[in-house]
Design a protein around this ligand. Structure first.
Ligand code: ATP
Ligand code: MG
Length: 364
């Protein structure tokens, strides 16, 4: 699949913009704070309905305006689709596919698959479990609508259960209702655990081979699912933890506490890996996502690289650039020097300046 064009209207620092993309490599370069990431964010929103920076809708609308628009034209299976996102200050966003409004934002999921790679992703191995869970969810939600639904339900029920746990000490009569929430939490929780288990098993095979190549045949990387609780035990463990949960006012058992383990030769590199090892593993993981999407949905996703090349040494840069030759890629960077040195094929180059975009020749 490819993004043909994006039109922005009162979105972030863009009053009006129309930008067209090649199906190969596209570069957006420019000084800091000019609006490069904002364009990638709009692309990400068109695939996932959310900002990768976790921004709220109202923050996406240009200052002093009450609404903003994103229109993205994509091509998939030789068909064209128009995705319109209408951002409104005090209302939830409206989304239309081919001018037909959709009722639930989840209907958009799966139409445009996006993989975004930013410098923060390079820290996924060394940072906390929350970011590794976010990685799993971001991928699985794009690939599997049932998972997306289960996760939404799970999070809703978890929130309600936590609220109830806090209320029970004041209103002990509420304790009888806890089992209603427990049953639903177990129902959705076990489905999430099963999906994650399968996903990580598939991912591990690809990541292993990818990392073996990137490390020059030196490292055998193993990615394992570290569930907080195994699905068949969830009911028992949740019941066992009831007193503790009541005391803490929080749910201590369930997939919201899961983690992903990365090890090389039996060593847990989350804790003991060198910085370089951790970053290379993160790169292997990201590159594997591209392959996994291809494998599962039969189409290549769109890759967005936000300022990530400058963070990698030339070996890793080359590896990355060689792996994406057949994938539509939009790259942001502050200067063009590195790319000219690398002499890899660039199809379109844009300079971004203060919320405006100028096409530059891709040969200089
Ligand atoms: N809602 C908004 N309305 C108007 N301008 C905004 C809004 N949100 C962000 N901006 C502006 O957008 C600019 C930041 O854009 P962006 O993050 O895309 O920069 P960038 O080119 O990626 O920079 P860097 O190289 O530092 O990553 C800032 O100048 C910021 O003030
Ligand atoms: Mg940026």
């Amino acid at each position: 699949m490819v993004i043909r064009s994006i039109e922005l209207n009162n979105y972030r620092n863009y009053e009006n913009l129309k930008i067209e993309f090649s199906e190969g490599t596209n570069i957006l370069f420019g000084d800091n704070a000019q609006g490069k990431t904002n364009i990638l964010e709009a692309a990400y929103l068109s695939g996932t309905t959310k900002s990768h920076r976790g921004a709220k809708d109202r923050e996406l609308i240009r200052f002093d305006q009450s609404e903003g628009h994103i229109r993205t034209i994509i091509e998939k299976d030789e068909k064209e689709y128009q995705i319109d996102i209408h951002l409104r200050k005090n209302k939830s966003k409206g989304i239309a596919i081919n001018r037909i409004p959709i009722k639930k934002t989840t209907e958009l999921f799966g139409l445009l698959n996006i993989i975004l790679f930013s410098p923060e992703d390079l820290n996924i191995i060394k940072n906390g479990p929350q970011e590794r869970r976010r990685f799993i969810d971001a991928e699985l939600c794009q690939l599997d609508k049932i998972y997306l639904h289960n996760l939404k339900q799970y999070n809703k029920i978890l929130e309600q259960r936590n609220k109830l746990l806090k209320d029970i000490p004041m209103k002990p009569e509420l304790k009888d209702t806890l089992s209603i929430w427990d049953n639903q939490l177990i129902d959705y929780g076990t489905k999430i655990i099963d999906s994650r288990k399968k996903f990580i098993k598939d991912l591990n095979e690809i990541v292993h081979d990818m990392h073996f190549k990137i490390s020059g045949g030196k490292e055998d990387l193993l990615v394992e699912y570290e569930p907080n609780v195994y699905a068949p035990n969830m009911e028992m463990e949740l019941l066992k933890a009831t007193d503790r949960d009541l005391h803490l006012g929080n749910t201590s058992v369930g997939p919201h506490r899961d983690d992903l383990k990365f090890s090389i030769s039996g060593i847990d590199i989350r804790k003991f890996g060198s910085q370089g090892q951790q970053r290379t593993c993160a790169l292997s993981l990201k590159l594997s996502e591209i392959q996994l999407v291809k494998m599962i949905i039969g189409e290549k996703p769109v890759l967005l690289l936000d300022d990530v090349l400058s963070e990698l040494d030339s070996n890793r840069q080359n590896y990355l650039l060689n792996s994406i030759y057949d994938t539509q890629t939009i790259i942001t960077c502050t200067g063009l020097d590195d790319f000219v040195k690398n002499r890899f094929k660039i199809n379109r180059v844009y300079e971004v300046m203060q919320g405006q975009v100028f096409e530059r020749s891709s040969t200089n």
